[in-house]
Design a protein around this ligand. Sequence first.
Ligand SMILES: Cc1ncc(COP(=O)(O)O)c(C=O)c1O
Ligand SMILES: [Zn+2]
Length: 435
Amino acid sequence: MQDIPVVTGWRCSVCNTKVSIDEIFSWRCPNSTSSDRHHVLELENSIAPLRSNGDANPYVAFQRYLAWDAFAATLGLDFAARTKIIRDLDQAVVKVAGVGFRTTPFARNDALSDALGFNNLGGVWIKDETNSVAGSQKARHLFTELLHLVTVELVGRAPWKSPTQRPALAIASCGNAAIAASTLARAVNWPIRVFVPEHADAATLKILDSLQANVIRCPRVATDQPGDPCVFRFREAIEQGCIPFGVQGPENAWCLDGGRTIGFEMAVVAEELSGSLISRMFVQAGGGAFVACAASGFFAGATKPRVHAVQTQGCAPLARAFEIADRTGGARNAGSRWSQCMWPWETTPVSLADGILDDETYDWVGACNAMADSGGYPIVASEQLIHESYALAHRVTNIDVSPTGSSGLAGLLAIRHEIADDERVIVIFSGVRRQ
Ligand SMILES: Cc1ncc(COP(=O)(O)O)c(C=O)c1O
Ligand SMILES: [Zn+2]
């Protein structure tokens, strides 16, 4: 039983092309090109019932459900050998990050529930990612990309002859994703190029420097199309042979595999609760991989809370896409209407929650599916509510969350009047404050 893979393959959400699970370096849809990135692979799998094997490491606890596990099985590795790869890589991460991948806390927060007027039957459950590897949920996504790479190397299928000839990894980010990617790269001594905005903040740059990342500043240039210059320079690096190592599904779909562990973790806890079901989940959305994965992981369990992707008024391309998709054929499976629904936010985005200012929601198809499948919808929080949620989080909890990390709570504040006092809802404190 244990060795029957649950994930059977990939399928493009846009052009329906299938990609076999045994394919090496299957980062993108084969029809994705440098001028047309409007493709994204999604996993084809059937998980029922969702069960943790009880291990503290989520990649071991939910190993059978990982695309990476199915992939590694096709390389001839047995179950125990695959578990060992996870454990060895986790050990390497511990040496750099000080912590490894462990199930993160998830519980009703009584003070926050009281502050928001929920009664004893309802309340707010907080999933706390602030003490996880590299201080946010981002490393969860990247770990399955790294597992893929090291496994290919281990079985001798990499096109380079020795680790010294490895092509560099590459990521476009100036925040938590860059720190997570550089942490994982450092753990295996893999060179990494990090494409950051011209005015990246000093605290992040210092951390990236300490992790020996090769940081490249990316000013906006006149010849660029609308969109993020860091992403354009990143794509040029990929064309030159670098390996995509980011948290955007269209650039590397393997981030959508490990990202689900956060949803798996919450789903197994939610199933054990007595009383009513969790009715809603608020997830702050930037590039959108987070909400897509938290939802698809959670939905592998027995219940489907309404998913609310939360954006700020300063940058809300996903809310715009959901609305257009909804009235032009439906928000579910809208991938073929990409250009009609998703394009870069026109004005320069600003918010205290600066980690969710991606001017395009790259994983908008998965994010819209999550909302459409669950009867949820996007919420655009005012900047005032972003400030209030951050202040509230620090006033009533002892979690040292960042403004981005608490911004899902702004979505809850925005629609609190629509929620009954006995409803149970989730917010995810996704990142630690950095100074
Ligand atoms: C702490 C934190 N939460 C949430 C997000 C949003 O994740 P995504 O870009 O996958 O939507 C980010 C992205 O940078 C983040 O740093
Ligand atoms: Zn495609």
